[in-house]
Design a protein around this ligand. Structure first.
Ligand SMILES: *Cc1c(COP(=O)(O)O)cnc(C)c1O
Length: 391
């Protein structure tokens, strides 16, 4: 492998840019002696409420726990079905499975790769309890339609906003058309700490206590417990996130700027570029292109010092480690089970997406030269070694 010229992540650069404030924040937590459920966490939760306009923000240990505790708080569990997508990070479906419910996968749209809202209703059964749309790559799903469907069928909606902190729809804000909004603060996310973190946002007061109990051993008063879990957001992380939250709009603006520059530099390519819906604020957690010969392109970029990764090359319904059935009696397509007898893809757009996706480096700390260099290498591949895939 050649020397890395354009790394995939920018968080060390981000640390260097904010070093003074971050170091100060960490030291002040260390000196305070309060490391869990302390003032830094409470302060950050208040800032999250301010920023999002949601009534309640509850800091947690991860985005996975945010989804899981939101499902528990809404009473989703054993025997229930939850509709979501399969072209997402594994945790979306994992949280459903962890409460004892069954994920039911809907295909994604050909352009945004978000949940195809025209295919939701055919998957609703008497067991369906909730829908979890994912704001994939940083672009909000079509929440007004999801919400209408949910109201019509009496279902809950939980937004998986792990990739879209700071995004907006055209006519709607995130959190407005759902029962709970969940996010993750793991390092690579648009708002990320140097470790794990997450949050749930709710407007409904009655959902707060079950989530608070879930995060801290069932306890909302000292020494009194019901059975919960330990999912606290550490104060050190909260303090770091407070520093970064001040810059989130600027970070997202920079991501958008680099995405537009990629779009411009790559204009005219036969490779599929990300689609941004007019009027939406797509915050480009990921810049995902789709091309035949994806693995070759990834290798070609690596040989040129560019790290590109795949999100997500194996759809969840094709993961070997996932329980494979739903109440409609369908076995999800898994290698070696249905692929010979039934060559029809189970979720055609999802499977196309996983076969062809490649994520180019995108983070606020990129430089114009780096973006142009990456784009030029993508085009060089398309015209050269990759040309056979477009013949
Ligand atoms: C990152 C992510 C999660 C999980 O967040 P963790 O904090 O890693 O638990 C869930 N859903 C999506 C779509 C994600 O990208």
């Amino acid at each position: 492998m050649s020397e890395v010229k354009v790394p995939f992540y920018g968080h060390v650069r981000q640390y260097h840019n904010l070093k003074e404030d971050i170091d100060k924040a960490i030291v002040s937590v260390l000196e305070s002696g309060k490391y869990t459920m302390g003032p830094a966490m409470t302060k950050f939760e208040g800032e999250l409420v301010q920023y999002t306009g949601m009534k309640h923000a509850i800091g947690l240990n991860s985005g996975t726990d945010a989804l899981w505790l939101a499902l528990l708080a809404l009473g989703v569990g054993e025997g229930d079905e939850v509709i979501t997508t399969s072209n997402t990070f594994f945790a979306t479906a994992e949280a459903i499975w962890l409460v004892g419910a069954t994920p039911v996968f809907v295909d994604c749209e050909a352009d945004t790769r978000n949940i195809d809202v025209t295919k939701i209703e055919e998957k609703i059964t008497p067991k369906t309890k909730a829908i979890i749309p994912v704001h994939l790559y940083g672009q909000p799903a079509n929440m007004p339609v999801v919400w209408d469907i949910a109201k019509k069928h009496n279902l809950f909606v939980i937004e998986d906003c792990a990739q879209a902190f700071g995004a907006r729809g055209d006519t709607f804000k995130l959190g407005e058309k759902s029962d709970a909004l969940c996010t993750s603060f793991i390092t690579a996310k648009n708002l990320g700490t140097f470790g794990d973190g997450g949050a749930v946002f709710v407007n409904r007061d009655e959902l707060v206590e079950p989530i608070l109990r879930g995060r801290n051993h069932g306890s909302i008063a000292r020494s009194k417990h019901s059975v919960g879990w330990n999912s606290r957001l550490d104060d050190i992380h909260a303090a770091i996130l407070s520093v970064k939250l001040k810059h989130i709009d600027e970070f997202n603006d920079a991501r958008i700027k680099w995405a537009k520059l990629y779009d411009k530099e790559l204009a005219g390519t036969k490779i599929n570029l990300p689609y941004a819906k007019p009027g939406y604020r797509h915050v480009y957690h990921l810049y995902v292109i789709e091309t035949p010969g994806r693995d070759d392109l990834q290798k070609f970029l690596e040989d040129n010092g560019i790290i590109a990764l795949t999100n997500y090359p194996i759809a969840i319904h094709e993961q070997e480690g996932f329980p494979f059935s739903n109440s409609q009696g369908l076995a999800y397509k898994v290698p070696g089970i249905t692929s010979e007898g039934d060559p029809k893809p189970y979720l055609p757009e999802t499977e196309k997406n996983s076969a062809n996706c490649l994520t180019l480096p995108i983070y606020p700390e990129l430089t114009e030269d780096e973006v142009k260099y990456v784009a030029s290498k993508v085009l060089e591949w398309e015209k050269g070694p990759g040309a056979k895939y477009f013949a």
